[in-house]
Design a protein around this ligand. Structure first.
Ligand SMILES: [Zn+2]
Length: 229
């Protein structure tokens, strides 16, 4: 392989042979974080520009980037093709899934955190994202493209937290059977009173219809017509 490339470089000039090698490398690895090697999620330039601190904005003027999703990695956005990285600490707001994040912000538009969702599920027994969001904020949002560092709706993450909350709620009753990880997970919520807040779901639905008659925020893909809420 090396000999073939070397000969190519003699015929076509060094630059071209390098270009062949690098293009292949980037085609195969453009979505892999250059620091941790994990696959990132593609994010439009519009979103990247909004989240990068002002002094770093000049590095992200036109290209789309990938967001590193690895909790332990310090990288935020990366683009292997133009060899640019923006560290997580150089973003305007912390990435909720990184190990050093102080609070896990799940809905960036309404500022609902993971703790808010878990507390609500335990105390009210609400199980649906729209119900939980409206119960907490009395409104929905439609600004995911500019508020979420992924540039897309938080519905998947929000629903994952609801699943986690329901697991915590069940596991509180079987503490002696839990492995250390699950035991750690329930610890912050042991003082909450299960189902202590009564919420009338019919009434909640009525209020949603009055205040937010057109919002599709939190609906499944099948329920909503556009790709995002
Ligand atoms: Zn990474």
């Amino acid at each position: 392989m090396f000999i073939i490339l070397f000969k190519l470089s003699l015929i076509n000039g060094r630059e071209k042979s390098y270009k062949i090698m690098l293009t292949k490398y980037y085609m195969d690895n453009q979505d892999k974080c250059p620091t941790c090697g994990k696959e990132g999620q593609k994010v439009a330039n519009f979103t990247v520009q909004r989240f990068v601190q002002k002094e770093f904005r000049k590095y992200v003027v036109e290209d789309d980037f990938y967001l590193c999703m690895e909790a332990k990695c310090e990288v935020g956005y990366f683009n292997n093709e133009i060899e640019k990285i923006v560290l997580s600490k150089n973003l305007k707001r912390p990435l909720w899934y990184k190990e050093d994040a102080e609070s896990r912000l799940i809905c960036h538009c309404t500022k609902i955190t993971e703790e808010d969702i878990i507390k609500t599920v335990i105390e009210t027994d609400l199980k649906n994202m729209r119900h939980i969001m409206f119960y907490l904020k009395e409104r929905f949002s439609n600004a995911c493209g500019s508020m979420n560092p992924l540039g897309k709706c938080c519905v998947t993450t929000f629903n994952e937290v609801i699943t986690k909350a329901r697991r915590i709620k069940q596991n509180i009753h079987i503490q002696s059977e839990l492995n250390p990880n699950l035991l750690d997970e329930i610890q912050p919520y042991l003082n909450l009173k299960e189902n202590s807040v009564k919420v009338d779901i019919n009434q909640l639905d009525k209020e949603i219809m009055i205040k937010e008659p057109t919002s599709t925020c939190g609906m499944s893909k099948e329920e909503r017509k556009s790709s995002c809420c």
